[in-house]
Write a protein that binds this ligand. Structure first.
Ligand SMILES: Cc1ncc(COP(=O)(O)O)c(C=O)c1O
Length: 417
């Protein structure tokens, strides 16, 4: 199903006109399609059925609790990267036994929180982290289950900021050092070696990097299987791409499964995957109202009421997002779609054919369901947008728009000033 489509020339979120949602909730507004989330999850799980993987939803892609719950209700676990994400996942109903915890900088407090919750395992990114988990586990009388994240030095052919599995990246332990790291883990009290982890980057638009990385980690898996009876699991991370443009060809779940299932089967381990973007990216849009259309000497600027603080991907990664008018019209104009923030980097589209909209019109910035709201800030003291989830003809505000009072919450003026 296409979650967002035109009916009678009006953009709809499932069965509801986007205009109607805006009338109730205002702009900027994130809208998510529950049906899309569930469909994506099921498509991936069915494609991979031959190896029945654990699907850990990478919560970082979209941490709204309603989104996390949508996947939890399908049986998903969660991949978290902070104590805050762990808290959200638990609050949204994810069983601790289905939660894995990655990230290069886990604090003692975060590790101890995860141990108390008794999560499935830590994705360990360094030897010092092994020592920290061991010490915390001993202090609490717990066992820290671990999978070491190895860095297979494979080029995922994506933006340099979102490439994570190359040797110059901060993530994981070099493949060459992995055996030593496992030996170190085995020598520490309070740890149980359960598996190995890798994550190459995001978004991956072909399956080749996964296949190359699996080939590279295979000898390591063979060694670990013979050495450690508790070693039973491989987690291949997330990264599965989506189409941001109509001419893109991200691997379908079937193509992904065809590429990775055979090498995974050969490993004889249980398998985990951590999709984020694939599950949520095309399940969300950011709707914004046009405040001004201005013509400068060189070009036209369409000024929206959403900004880089709402969706930073274009500014941060020069990411492409399709822009559609909420009221369908064939007229196009060349220019930039920008926000009101005082930065030249505050843009959604630069030098593009855009809908020829006027002041007051609504446009939808597509494919905003992953790494959208989660990266929002209050820069320029702009309140966070509201988030709405739609399912067929039903909708619900799943996060209220921030108020001006919210902006100053927690701040104090010193009495001595
Ligand atoms: C360890 C890990 N797993 C999974 C993901 C999710 O990636 P994606 O949203 O591209 O599937 C990330 C993204 O940064 C990650 O770092």
């Amino acid at each position: 199903m296409n979650a967002f489509s035109y009916k009678n020339k009006e953009l709809h979120a499932e069965q509801i006109p986007v205009r109607v949602l805006v009338e109730t909730h205002g702009t900027p507004l994130y809208i998510y399609s529950h049906t899309h989330l569930v469909d994506q999850y099921r498509a991936l799980s069915e494609a991979m059925a031959a190896i029945n993987p654990f699907i850990f939803y990478a919560v970082k892609a979209n941490t709204n609790m309603a989104v996390i719950q949508a996947f939890a209700q399908q049986g998903a676990g969660a991949d978290v990267v902070s104590g805050g994400e762990l808290y959200r996942a638990r609050r949204a109903g994810v069983d601790a036994s289905k939660i894995v915890f990655a990230g290069v900088g886990k604090s003692v407090a975060e590790i101890e929180y995860a141990l108390q919750e008794d999560i499935l395992y830590f994705t360990v990114e360094s030897e010092p982290e092994l020592e920290r988990i061991s010490a915390s586990a001993q202090r609490l009388g717990k066992i820290g289950r671990i999978a070491i994240r190895v860095n297979p030095d494979v080029d995922p052919k994506t933006h340099k900021y979102t490439s994570t599995g190359k040797k110059e990246n901060k993530f994981g332990v070099d493949l060459e050092r992995a055996v030593k790291a496992y030996e170190h883990a085995a020598s520490l009290p309070g740890l149980e070696i359960t598996g190995v982890h890798m994550h190459l980057g995001s978004p991956l638009m072909t399956t080749a990097p996964y296949v190359e990385a699996l080939e590279k980690v295979r000898p390591l898996c063979d060694t670990l299987k013979t050495r450690y009876p508790s070693f039973k699991h491989i987690d291949i991370g997330g990264g599965l791409g989506i189409n941001y443009r109509s001419n893109q060809n991200a691997p379908t779940p079937t193509e992904f499964a065809e590429a990775v299932v055979p090498p995974l089967k050969k490993l004889g381990l249980t398998v985990g995957i951590e999709p984020g973007r694939f599950l949520t990216g095309n399940g969300g849009i950011l709707v914004t109202r046009i405040e001004y259309v201005k013509q400068n000497a060189f070009k036209k600027f369409i000024v929206a009421d959403a900004a880089m603080n709402d969706l930073i991907r274009p500014s941060l990664y020069e990411a492409y997002h399709e822009v559609l008018p909420v009221q369908q019209s064939p007229e196009m104009v060349f220019g930039d779609l920008v926000g009101p923030i005082c930065e030249s980097g505050d843009f959604f589209a630069v030098d593009r054919e855009l809908p020829d909209v006027c002041q007051g019109d609504l446009v939808a910035i597509m494919s905003a369901g992953a790494y959208g709201f989660v990266m929002a800030s209050n820069y320029n003291s702009r309140p966070h947008a509201a988030e709405v989830m739609v399912n067929g003809t039903q909708s619900e505000c799943v996060r209220k728009r921030q108020t001006r009072e919210d902006l100053v919450k927690g701040e104090t003026l010193p009495e001595w000033m």
